[in-house]
Design a binder for this molecule. Structure first.
Ligand SMILES: CC(C)(COP(=O)(O)OP(=O)(O)OC[C@H]1O[C@@H](n2cnc3c(N)ncnc32)[C@H](O)[C@@H]1OP(=O)(O)O)[C@@H](O)C(=O)NCCC(=O)NCCS
Length: 150
C-alpha cells in the first residue's frame, strides 16, 4: 500500500464514513447517520481511518467488551481495494484491541459476502458459527473469531 496514511478518528469524520458506507454496502447493511456517529464515537471504540491526499479511502470501527474485541464495520473504497488497506487497518485495530486487553476478536459477515469472507480468512479468522436471520429474514451471518497470542 502506498500514498495512504492511517490515523485515529477525529470529530466529524463520521460524515465521510457514512458516505463511504453507502458506496460499500447494499441498503440492508448500511448504517444511518446516527448509528455511524454513535459507533465511531462510543467511548472506548477503536475507530481508524486511511486517507489519500485528505480523502477517505477506508475505515474500521471496533469495540471492546470484556476481553473480546468486536469489529463493527470495515469499509474500503472500491478504487482502493486489493492494495492491502483492509489488511493494514485490521492489523492496527487488532493491535489496539489487544493492547486494551482483548484476548480475541470476533465479527459477523454476511454469508453472501465472498470477498470479505476470503479477506478475513486470509488474515487468520476462523469460522466459529452462524447467526440466522442476523441482517434480515433469510439473510444470515457467519461468525468469525481470531484469538490473540498471549
Ligand atoms: C472486504 C474488503 C474490506 C477488503 O478490503 P481490501 O482493502 O480490498 O483488502 P486487502 O487488499 O487488504 O486484501 C487482503 C487479502 O484479502 C483477500 N481478498 C480481499 N478481497 C478479496 C476478494 N474480492 N476476493 C478474494 N479475496 C480477497 C486476498 O487474499 C487479499 O490478498 P491479495 O490481494 O494479495 O490476494 C473490501 O472489499 C470492502 O470494503 N468490501 C465492501 C465492504 C465489506 O464487505 N466489508 C466487510 C464487511 S464484514
Amino acid at each position: 500500500m502506498d500514498r495512504t496514511t492511517l490515523r485515529s478518528y477525529r470529530p466529524g469524520d463520521w460524515q465521510a464514513m457514512y458516505a463511504l458506507d453507502l458506496i460499500c454496502f447494499a441498503p440492508v447493511f448500511q448504517f444511518n447517520r446516527g448509528a455511524m456517529r454513535s459507533f465511531a464515537e462510543t467511548p472506548g471504540a477503536v475507530t481508524l481511518l486511511t486517507e489519500s491526499e485528505g480523502k477517505l479511502a477506508g475505515f474500521c470501527i471496533a469495540q471492546l467488551e470484556d476481553r473480546t474485541g468486536y469489529v463493527v464495520t470495515l469499509d474500503v473504497a472500491p478504487e482502493w481495494r486489493r492494495r492491502g488497506l483492509a489488511r493494514r487497518l485490521m492489523a492496527a485495530v487488532e493491535s489496539k484491541l489487544h493492547a486494551a486487553g482483548a484476548m480475541e476478536t470476533q465479527l459477523h459477515v454476511f454469508t453472501g459476502n465472498s470477498a470479505a469472507i476470503h479477506f478475513y480468512e486470509s488474515i487468520g479468522y476462523e469460522r466459529v458459527g452462524m447467526a440466522e436471520n442476523f441482517y434480515a429474514q433469510n439473510m444470515h451471518a457467519l461468525i468469525y473469531r481470531k484469538k490473540f497470542d498471549a
